[in-house]
Design a protein around this ligand. Sequence first.
Ligand SMILES: NC(=O)c1ccc[n+]([C@@H]2O[C@H](COP(=O)([O-])OP(=O)(O)OC[C@H]3O[C@@H](n4cnc5c(N)ncnc54)[C@H](OP(=O)(O)O)[C@@H]3O)[C@@H](O)[C@H]2O)c1
Length: 269
Amino acid sequence: MEDSILFVGCGNMGSALVRGLCRDNWHKKFRFLLLDQATEKAKNLASSLNLEWVENLNNLKSSPRFVFLAVKPKDVEKALLSLRNFSQSVFVSVAAGVKIQNLEEFIPQKAIVRIMPNLCVEVGEGVVPVCFSSVVEVEEREDLLFLFSSLGWVFEAEEKDLDLFTALSGSGPGFIALFIEALADGGVKIGIPWETSLKIATQTVLGVASLLKTRGIHPAQLKNWVASPGGTTIAGIKKLEEGAFRGLVMEGVEEAYKRTKNIGEEGKK
Ligand SMILES: NC(=O)c1ccc[n+]([C@@H]2O[C@H](COP(=O)([O-])OP(=O)(O)OC[C@H]3O[C@@H](n4cnc5c(N)ncnc54)[C@H](OP(=O)(O)O)[C@@H]3O)[C@@H](O)[C@H]2O)c1
């Protein structure tokens, strides 16, 4: 077995994982091999990071140590069938909603790890819940947890909870990007040029997240510090609450969770 990692699927998540791991120089410890059925994606990512891309799996002489599977849930079965020969590899799947039990049907040795990262892994600020199948050996677990630690906050989770995390941290960057866009649009509405407004909105969200994390305080406490009596912030908050801002965000998370469970069901068909 070779000390290599094969990345299958170099789309949004696959490329974020590769970039995140390269930031901490893991490509100098392992041989990174990139594969995508849309060959240009693997080629472009490989050339931007000076990595190798794989045109044909038959060109690989031995099992990679780890195989990262970052294809859409509907494409998992076909991808795994093409990887069956790698009997000694440990498979790491990021596919939302596709359970270890379903993945095991296509992988003879059943050494499977499910992770549910988000796109922030690219900058080492992701959330990475991890779930190991029982046959993954202790040494492999430890090595993978160390590897994942380059991607952000890593924690072991029960598989039943992964769908919950998919809705919160997996979809979360989409919700927050929408909020930042809306905040920046608000700036434009009152006369700030878009580029400046976007920079201010992005830095504000980054600063608030960092402050909450560093101080370990409840968000309501920070809100109260900002909202002085009869002031500007409380006037803005009143308007947001008239539109049921918090209820709507909560419903968004709930809707994402329902959809994750549906995707899992579709993946079994
Ligand atoms: N994006 C996120 O924020 C996020 C968050 C958490 C989890 N995930 C999970 O990550 C996985 C990938 O999502 P994504 O957003 O990165 O999708 P994506 O951008 O569509 O990337 C998937 C890539 O895999 C390729 N592919 C499909 N079947 C293949 C095969 N058999 N062999 C090699 N390559 C193959 C696709 O090619 P084609 O374009 O030709 O189909 C595409 O380039 C999904 O299972 C998703 O649930 C994503």
